[in-house]
Design a binder for this molecule. Structure first.
Ligand SMILES: NC(=O)CC[C@H](N)C(=O)O
Length: 374
């Protein structure tokens, strides 16, 4: 079946349908990870976006019930060069095509993803539409132009959990799979704010020794402090951090009271709560092969990333300093408060997909909580 991708600036790509059929729209971004499409599909931070994989063959390893980062697919469209239906993996239980169909995600295959990526890199991420029902370029471009811009959209409060819960699953291991950890063995009480949290973050926190209570995005700071936690964690999530005023005000109440660790959207929200500002990048960083320098040790780590916004570190001059830097585009990859036990990173130390170079950051959080306790 035919499918067409139209960008808001008028560029058209003709391909074939895969996954669900119909029409879908969102901000078109590209992801440079060579593997891990299942984790990309289930990352809630992609809500409102259509993801182009730059790796050419997608589908080879099928879909398995274990490699999920949330229980739902939040992205609005999936774009690949070549979809492979004959998957092979000992854990796979279904094909990617069947999975997208089951979850109502519209995909397009057989388009020149290199040309699309170069276009987005030159012109910037922009809105687009995929259709298997309307093939009229003019009408499609008109529809793509009518979609609201990602800037100004609060998408995170729509993907958070309904009520607090405990998380006790640790990191996956070939022998044991995902272990269940006894809460009695977890030493550091952490309240984790869920703005669309990836499951591997929770697993990393547990494996680092944290007794994690996950709470909804707007859970009052007073109630969190009443639990007497050792630390506060702020998660990743979709959309623009700037309009999340209530959440930002809430985070301010933890500053100076508890150690805080933020990842991605959590890092951006922390930047805003500390009085800084965030900016929208031209096309952002999405992938699992992005070099970052830890400014304290000067070590370079290869990281997983998925973001379109960034903290303007100059706006935080007297409050926080640059702790990590992206070596490709020199964007702010992490910050540390000048006097308080507060730090955050723009990239994803939990990986999934991606290398484990940055896992040490969960231990850094634990060390900070230990010191603060003492
Ligand atoms: N992965 C994330 O948390 C993404 C944060 C934010 N939505 C951005 O695009 O920059």
């Amino acid at each position: 079946m035919k499918a067409v991708l139209a960008l808001a600036d008028g560029r058209i790509f003709k391909g074939k349908a895969f996954g669900a059929t119909g029409e879908t729209s969102g901000e078109v971004v590209f992801n440079t990870a060579m593997s891990g499409y299942q984790e990309v599909l289930t990352d809630p931070s992609y809500r409102g976006q259509m993801v182009t994989m730059t790796y050419t063959q997608i589908g080879n390893t099928g879909i398995n019930p274990e490699d999920i980062e949330s229980n739902q697919l939040y992205l609005s469209g999936f774009i690949v060069r070549e979809y492979l239906d004959c998957y092979s993996n000992y854990r796979a239980t279904m094909s990617l095509d069947a999975y997208l169909k089951e979850n109502g995600v519209v995909g397009i295959q057989g388009i020149d993803t290199r040309a699309l990526t170069r276009h987005l890199r030159d012109k910037g991420a922009q809105n687009g539409i995929i259709s298997t029902v309307d093939f009229d370029p003019e009408s499609l471009v008109k529809k793509a132009r009518a979609i609201p811009s990602m800037s100004g959209l609060d998408l995170a409060t729509g993907v958070t959990c309904d009520k607090p819960y405990h998380w006790t699953q640790g990191l996956w291991d070939l022998q044991t799979g995902y272990p269940e950890v006894d809460r009695k063995d977890l030493k550091y009480k952490v309240v984790a704010y869920d703005f669309g949290i990836k499951l591997n973050i929770l697993r990393c926190l547990v494996s680092a020794g944290c007794d994690v209570t996950v709470v909804p995005a707007t859970f009052p700071a007073e109630s969190a402090l009443a639990m007497n936690p050792d630390g506060i964690f702020l998660s990743n999530g979709p959309g623009d951090p700037e309009p999340m005023k209530e959440v930002i005000e809430n985070i301010k109440k933890f500053v100076g009271k508890k150690p805080i660790f933020g990842i991605c959207l959590g890092h951006q929200l922390l930047g805003l709560a500390l009085g800084g500002r965030t900016i929208k990048l031209k096309f952002g960083n999405h992938g699992s092969n992005l070099p970052v320098m830890d400014m304290a040790t000067k070590k370079v780590e290869i990281t997983a990333q998925n973001h379109g916004f960034s903290v303007d570190i100059l706006s935080l001059q007297n409050v926080a300093g640059l702790a990590h830097e992206n070596l490709n585009d020199q964007t702010v990859e992490g910050m540390a408060h000048k006097t308080l036990p507060i730090f955050s990173v723009q990239h994803h130390p939990e990986a999934s997909p991606g290398p484990h170079d940055s896992h040490y950051l969960f231990n850094r959080f634990v060390e900070l909580m230990e010191k603060h306790k003492a």
